[in-house]
Design a protein around this ligand. Structure first.
Ligand SMILES: C[S@@+](CC[C@H](N)C(=O)[O-])C[C@H]1O[C@@H](n2cnc3c(N)ncnc32)[C@H](O)[C@@H]1O
Length: 232
């Protein structure tokens, strides 16, 4: 997989790309992440990429031309067609099924906004889709882009040490994960459930399933509400 990120803050990415599973996935060649400074495509002598909003109002809006020019240049670097994602609070909410869908794309270009947002012609004429990481407003699209990269990369075959991990995690089958325990057996009067130490894998499997169901229905009953599970 290849991921290109168009951003005003390339310096935000190395700490995230250089740690943990994402770092290993890059080192193994499972994913190539290229972070580009959008100002490199500015036609302005001061490298400006924003301007005042037509119609008035507060703040500045990111101009469309650097995004279009950058995407044109990137497209020349590969044979296939990239899937272009604009990070935006107006986008489709990023959920685990959406992450699974995006993890199948061979090439993503992520567009990070800033200021009051991005000229709407980028959404209409360049992005294949808009993605939001939740119903709140961040200062910029860089953190959402990193969330997207992290969540997608860990699903790439070979990225996570134990292939079972992503298959047993929260949001699979609309369930939260069962409670996890490790040593010590007891802490502050709380003991690890005996069954998990029994070695009986059939009973452990049933206990986990039951407790995943209990946890889901008490903490996230909405996960099984048809209306909140649609990925359309
Ligand atoms: C301050 S926000 C712009 C908010 C915009 N004025 C609005 O009301 O929708 C600047 C940039 O941050 C990014 N951003 C902020 N919140 C986001 C979210 N929840 N999901 C994805 N991107 C977000 C987008 O790229 C956006 O263009």
């Amino acid at each position: 997989m290849r991921v290109d990120v168009l951003t005003l803050f390339p310096e935000m990415f190395p700490p995230v790309l250089g740690a943990s599973i994402v770092k290993r996935a890059i080192a193994k060649g499972l994913v190539r992440v290229e972070v580009h400074d959008l100002r490199d495509w500015s036609r302005d002598k001061h490298k400006k990429v924003d301007d005042r909003p037509y119609g008035g109002g507060p703040g500045m809006v990111m101009r469309p031309d650097p995004f279009f020019d950058a995407a044109d240049d990137l497209r020349k670097q590969e044979v296939g067609k990239p899937h272009v994602v604009l990070l935006s609070p107006s986008g489709k909410r990023l959920t685990q099924p959406e992450v699974e869908r995006l993890a199948k794309k061979p090439w993503l270009i992520l567009l990070c906004g800033h200021y009051e947002g991005v000229d709407d012609r980028v959404r209409a004429g360049l992005a294949d889709e808009e993605i939001s990481i939740g119903d709140y407003v961040l200062t910029c699209g860089e953190l959402p882009a990193m969330v997207l990269v992290d969540s997608v990369v860990r699903l790439l075959p070979g990225a996570v040490g134990d292939e079972r991990s992503p298959k047993e995690e929260s949001f699979r089958d609309n369930l939260l994960e069962y409670p996890q325990f490790t040593r010590p057996v007891e802490i502050r009067g709380m003991r690890v459930p005996e069954i998990l130490r029994s070695g009986d894998h059939v009973r452990i499997g049933k206990w986990r399933r039951l407790n995943a169901l209990r946890r889901t229905f008490s903490q996230r009953p909405d996960l099984n509400d048809e209306s909140s599970n649609s990925s359309d």
